[in-house]
Write a protein that binds this ligand. Structure first.
Ligand SMILES: Cc1ncc(C[n+]2csc(CCOP(=O)(O)OP(=O)(O)O)c2C)c(N)n1
Length: 281
């Protein structure tokens, strides 16, 4: 990825962070930390990696994304809106009665959402099933799944790690948003998962580890997985709450309550200033 493209992708990621903070402030609560940490990976996927058509979300030629850590729905909704799947104003209806944007992803409600998620562990299983189904039909579409490091404590995740290489799911790439935190503590203090890439490699995956906030590094890791022609597993080293300096890496950033426009004004101002700098560069 060249520098110009990387700047564009960073812009999409930071705009998604701003929109995420805005919608969570309108609602008054929500999953801040795990939404902000995943914005760069989403921005890379929706900037060329994932075949998609915002005008035709059900396009048969599309690649599929399963946001297995479905509580980060707001970050994905922001990215989809910025890519033109639905109007930006719709974001302000997050989790309201009648909305197309429930707090966790629902494939029957939202254009661009391919799998219903929220029960941790299940999305990655669905992703493997989708990948194998596509292969059985000899279709070229790929499936990407994003899971959390806390989510890796779910036994179901390890069934997929075991099965995907055995079943030859070389059209599946799993990205772990390894921000080192889960609900109310650091993952290492609850049930340490160690280095997930080392473990996935032992199960037979092609693995990559990169800075999950560096678009060029994420993009290169995806390319390396594609080149390997094996199930791909990317450990994204991320910071929970990325982009809201005061909340980065603090335990209280998971599901925040009492959010208001005033509270998110500071991080939005910082992100906006960073965007303006990029504009001038
Ligand atoms: C099966 C299941 N158990 C519990 C929860 C409640 N829950 C929501 S988010 C979360 C923490 C997940 O941690 P991680 O996957 O690391 O996500 P992140 O830190 O990136 O937000 C938990 C336990 C759930 N959604 N599903």
């Amino acid at each position: 990825m060249n520098e110009n493209k990387a700047v564009q992708v960073r812009r999409l990621a930071d705009n998604a962070r701003i929109e995420t903070l805005r919608m969570l402030a309108t609602l008054g609560n929500g999953h801040v930390g795990g939404s902000l940490s995943v914005c760069d990976a989403l921005a890379v996927l929706y900037s060329g990696r994932l075949k998609h058509d915002p005008q035709n979300p059900q396009w048969e030629g599309r690649d599929y994304l399963v946001l297995s850590k479905g509580h980060a729905g707001p970050a994905l909704y922001a990215t989809l809106a910025l890519r033109g799947f639905f109007p930006l104003e719709t974001l302000q209806t997050l989790n309201r009665v009648g909305t197309i944007l429930p707090s966790h992803c629902d494939r029957l409600k939202t254009p661009g959402i391919d799998m219903t998620t929220g029960s941790l562990g299940q999305g990655i299983s669905a992703a493997l099933g989708m990948a194998l189904g596509l292969k059985a039909q000899q279709k070229p579409n790929r499936v990407y799944a994003i899971i959390g490091d806390g989510e890796m404590q779910e036994g179901q995740v390890w069934e997929v790690l075991l099965a995907a290489p055995n079943k030859g799911a070389d059209n599946l790439i799993v990205l772990v948003d390894d921000n080192g935190q889960q609900v109310c503590d650091f993952t290492r203090n609850i049930n340490d998962i160690g280095d997930p890439a080392v473990k996935a490699a032992a199960f037979g995956w092609h693995t990559e580890t990169c800075d999950g906030h560096d678009p060029a590094a994420i993009d290169a890791a995806i390319q390396a997985c594609l080149d390997a022609k094996m199930p791909g597993f990317i450990r994204l080293k991320t910071v929970k709450g990325k982009g809201w300096a005061a909340m980065e890496g603090v335990v209280a950033n998971h599901a925040m309550k009492g959010l208001t426009a005033q509270i998110v004004a500071e991080p939005i101002a910082q992100l906006t200033a960073a965007l303006e700098e990029k504009e001038e560069a």
